[in-house]
Design a protein around this ligand. Structure first.
Ligand SMILES: [Ca+2]
Ligand SMILES: [Ca+2]
Ligand SMILES: [Ca+2]
Ligand SMILES: [Ca+2]
Length: 654
């Protein structure tokens, strides 16, 4: 299905029209003004901390369910999204209790056994010993979860999800495990991955025991890389599985112990190869990634905790070939047809040259919130990146604190720079962006005090990113609420998700590490390539949704080139699809050994669909009436004609 063909488009349009019949009566999220609205979506009764998003029921609708921890952090709860009532409902049968002496610190949802149903890995920490217990629960997509295996414990830092062997299966990467903690000669990084099934003994009568889905082994690296050791992840860390050299294949980004340096290991056919070590700004909080300047490379956004600065460290790669014929010959730029080509010379802007957003200059007297209060095993809240206005450039959401302890969610929009005003990067060659405070239409956010954390999510599945806000109310109770984004409902988007092809039709967890790279046209008509990543971080309540929302601005054109990369080591790790329709949901099933990737396209209902349907139905009605009336007139005329003919014959007979 390389090109979504005409028939597909027509049937999609028909489905869309039929779908909107039910949509005509739904007005839960119809608002008039361009602003944020706090919405009642069943979370009023929730007490606890949000942990992760996942699609438990797996209806392929890209609506998400929410995993939370109870206030005492002893139980994981699942809040399931009900389509009919448009609200979350606590699914009590899916509650998971953790062992006594341990507190839930994180969950990593995903399809661990590849049966098309969502499973969940629960990470809980002992505050006394720092042991991180990990339990894998397999889901049944309706009632809840059953414990499958006790995974070997980690020590202190939380392991995060990646693809170890290019199979599309979820594996975990972490530091020295609990069982090796006193062995000073133990390798610094370890992997929890699916062990290959042991061959059944020839004379066995009983079935072989089921394979371990997350068996512990030291991290294997190509023999050629014996010189540099992979560093042990810091605790807490913001390590990620994300494409950083531009080949659309996810690489490893590890925040090393001490929180001053990071290492990048690029993915290749032979495994993970050492690329570079870099420095983080001092006092760095959790690193977030997004293509901030829309040049096709994923950049770093680093808050300085408890201070007022957010640093943007640009990923400097070969630029696209635009009006640079000479450089094209020298191979200094990236051609449009080869947007998923690696640039081995890539590097990040050093901290001294980073672009800095000064929070205090936008909101006087406010600093970044340094920690989430009253949460054990915590990490500082990250800067959340999402394209709120769908213009193709990520915007920021974060939590600030005033001197008197009041906290607020703040939104910063990325806007274009006046030409030449902000050249960024170490050689001042990249186009930067300007960042402006969003102060209008956010009164719903202003009213919320005691905010602890925020994340982006698409509330009703229509493609605009709303907010999930975690706060403590006046009585100190842990609460969660949602904000509906009614600012920019007229811009276009693509919602993308890459899934393991083994899981068959349904897609619940996605796979770790896919990259989406695409050619966009800005509102001013300029072409550029941008990149997005699918849930690149999974430790420390990273709160990514399984799908990726990609803003494509107000140009209602087909997407010329939409490239998808998966971490596979075999054969083809990327494919490009042409002619995607704006406002559609795209589900890709990569088959890395062949070019047989499957792309499914779903159209989203737009605001005007009910009117189009009404117009279509009324025109059909008018046509039907016209046909009926004309038919009747015709019959009458026929009868008259016949009678006249009859009279004529009788007259002649006389
Ligand atoms: Ca499963
Ligand atoms: Ca890569
Ligand atoms: Ca970039
Ligand atoms: Ca934006």
């Amino acid at each position: 299905m390389h090109r979504p063909n005409c028939l597909l488009r027509q049937s999609a349009a028909l489905l869309l029209l039929l779908g909107s019949v039910s949509g005509l009566s739904s007005s839960k999220f119809r608002f008039k003004l361009n602003q944020l609205y706090e919405v009642n979506i069943g979370l009023e009764n929730l007490r606890g901390t949000p942990l992760a998003f996942g699609d438990f029921s797996g209806q392929n609708d890209q609506l998400v369910d929410l995993f939370t921890a109870t206030p005492d952090q002893k139980t994981v709860q699942l809040w399931e999204w009900r389509r009919s009532t448009k609200e979350f409902v606590h699914l009590e049968s899916a509650d998971i209790k953790v062992s006594s002496g341990f507190s839930v610190s994180n969950v990593i949802p995903g399809d661990y056994d590849m049966d098309g149903k969502l499973d969940v890995l629960v990470q809980s920490t002992s505050s006394k010993t720092k042991e991180v217990k990990m339990q894998l629960f397999l889901g049944d997509a309706s009632k809840g979860f059953k414990e499958y295996e006790q995974v070997e414990s980690a020590n202190d830092a939380l392991p995060f999800a990646f693809d170890y062997d290019g199979s599309g299966r979820i594996a975990l990467l972490g530091g020295v495990p609990w069982s090796q903690r006193s062995d000073s000669s133990a390798p610094p990084t370890w992997v929890w991955a699916t062990a290959s099934a042991p061959p059944a003994p020839a004379n066995a009568t009983a079935p072989a025991s089921p394979p371990k889905l997350l068996a512990l082994t030291p991290m294997g690296l190509p023999a050629s890389d014996a010189t540099t050791k992979m560093c042990q992840p810091a605790s807490p860390h913001s390590s990620a599985f994300i494409d950083l050299d531009g080949d659309c294949r996810a690489d490893l980004f590890i925040v090393c112990q001490g929180n001053e340096e990071y290492q990048i290991w690029t993915s290749s056919k032979s495994g993970f190869v050492y690329s570079q070590t870099g420095r983080l700004p001092s006092g760095a909080g959790p690193v977030s990634f997004a293509d901030m300047n829309g040049d096709g490379s994923l950049d770093m956004v680093v808050p300085i905790m408890g201070k007022t600065q957010i640093h943007i460290l640009y990923n400097e790669q070969r630029p696209l070939c635009i009006g640079a014929a000479a450089r094209k010959q020298a191979g200094e730029c990236r051609e449009f047809e080869r947007i998923c080509e690696a640039d081995k010379q890539f590097k990040f802007t050093p901290p001294a040259d980073s672009q800095v957003i000064d929070v205090a200059a936008l909101w006087a007297g406010e600093t970044l919130l340094g920690s989430v209060s009253d949460f054990q095993g915590q990490a500082p809240p990250a800067v959340r990146l999402g394209d709120m206005d769908l213009d193709g450039f990520p915007d920021l959401a974060f939590v600030t604190k005033r001197g008197n302890g009041e906290t607020r969610v703040r939104l910063v929009r990325s806007v274009s720079c006046k030409s030449g005003e902000c050249k960024v990067g170490s050689r001042k060659q990249l186009d930067g962006r300007s960042y402006v405070a969003v102060n209008d239409g956010v009164s719903a956010l202003e009213q919320l005090g005691g905010v602890q954390d925020v994340s982006f999510f698409d509330v009703d599945g229509t493609g605009t990113l709303g907010l999930l806000v975690y706060y403590r109310d006046g009585k100190g109770q842990k609460r969660v609420t949602a904000m509906y984004n009614n600012f920019f409902t007229d811009a276009f988007f693509i919602k993308a998700l890459a899934c393991p092809h083994l899981s068959g039709k349904s897609c619940v967890g996605g796979i770790p590490g896919p990259a989406f790279k695409y050619v966009l046209v800005t509102d001013s008509g300029k072409k550029h390539v941008a990149q997005s990543a699918q849930a690149p971080q999974t430790a420390y309540r990273a709160l990514f949704t399984p799908y990726t929302v990609i803003g494509i601005g107000r140009t209602n054109n087909y997407i010329e080139d939409f490239s998808v990369g998966s971490p596979g080591f075999l054969g083809h790790h990327e494919r490009s699809f042409e002619g995607l329709i704006p406002n559609s949901r795209v589900v890709v099933f990569p088959v890395n050994s062949t070019q047989d990737w499957r792309l499914e396209l779903y159209m989203n209902r737009s605001e005007s669909t009910p009117y189009i349907l009404a117009t279509l139905l009324s025109s059909m009605g008018i046509l039907a009436i016209t046909v009926f009336v004309l038919g009747k007139l015709e019959r009458k005329a026929d009868q008259r004609e016949k009678q006249r003919a009859l009279h004529a014959i009788n007259f002649d007979a006389l």
